[in-house]
Design a protein around this ligand. Sequence first.
Ligand SMILES: Nc1ncnc2c1ncn2[C@@H]1O[C@H](COP(=O)(O)OP(=O)(O)OP(=O)(O)O)[C@@H](O)[C@H]1O
Ligand SMILES: [Mg+2]
Length: 345
Amino acid sequence: MTLAISHVTKRFGETVALNDISLTIERGEFICFLGPSGCGKTTLLRIIAGLELAEEGTVKLEGNDLSQVPARHRNFGVVFQSYSLFPNMTAARNVGYGLECRRRPRQEIEARSAEMLRIVALSDHAHKLPSQLSGGQQQRIALARALATNPEVLLLDEPLSALDAKVRDSLRLEIRDLQRRLGITTIMVTHDQEEALTMADRIVVMDTGRIAQVGTAHELYEQPSSRFVAEFIGRMNVLPVEGGKLAGLPLGLPDSAQGATLIGVRPEDVRLHANPVVTDGAACTILPAQLRNIIYIGNLAHLVLALDGVEHEVTAEMPGHAYKTIAEAAHIGVEFPASTVKVLA
Ligand SMILES: Nc1ncnc2c1ncn2[C@@H]1O[C@H](COP(=O)(O)OP(=O)(O)OP(=O)(O)O)[C@@H](O)[C@H]1O
Ligand SMILES: [Mg+2]
């Protein structure tokens, strides 16, 4: 099963919500659409679900164009941010609703509903109404309902965003585990980068209606193709350079970065030296800096430094137990190890 999205464009009046989106999703993949508010994530998911029509482009499942197939005939399971359970139906009946609509025999509906409730570990809550369930439980019921009809694709729009952090963390793992066990192709919308990094096989980073980059968590973090991706996935010190120098200071950049105008260095890659022995000459790549701020968060400390003679601040991350040596030093040197420098477009 391949889901192929080609050249999809969608406008709402003057707003271009999606601009020439192309993407292929393989069977069993867990894909996250990640991007800031308003970048088009929900619109793209709704077009795939058949709840919205694209102006241009196609969505094909296994080579078959879906544009004439109404949402209810697509056999996609959908879960939205708000649980959207039917308030007057028990958990069990909510789960079986899709099968009820398909006029399946009562016995089959009851058996399937019970099975799905077992899968999301809520068998004991079958008789309850949604108002008698916690937020996390309601979202698990919504998930069970979406899965009950054996959908070919599972579509999730920020299914965890209404939940508190602890419940969210455990449900992330639960959904991921369930998705793997069932092998169901899944697309989840989120604007939470940590959620995308922990759950997705591949992440589609979106920016104002376009795809900025597609890749695994590792690829996006290690090889961001642009400043937008670099700053959206994790933290990044972004510095302008010219001829391999930062405001005239040599940085010891790798050869690959000689023509760059913008470089990025992750805070954890910035190397700090307490009272560095600075030798003269062009080869010196330890830059003097002043400490501006310390953000101590227990296991880690973020040190904000101003490079001497340069307007730019640089954030360095280090283990929480190690920052004092730097904070108490009379002089601080900053180094950007060549192998960690990323060239940004
Ligand atoms: N029904 C609509 N009518 C008019 N404009 C719309 C409609 N739906 C979405 N838009 C616009 O299209 C753009 C993309 O919206 P979309 O809901 O897809 O964003 P999103 O990435 O899901 O954002 P969020 O993270 O806030 O949910 C936005 O500028 C939004 O205002
Ligand atoms: Mg949205």
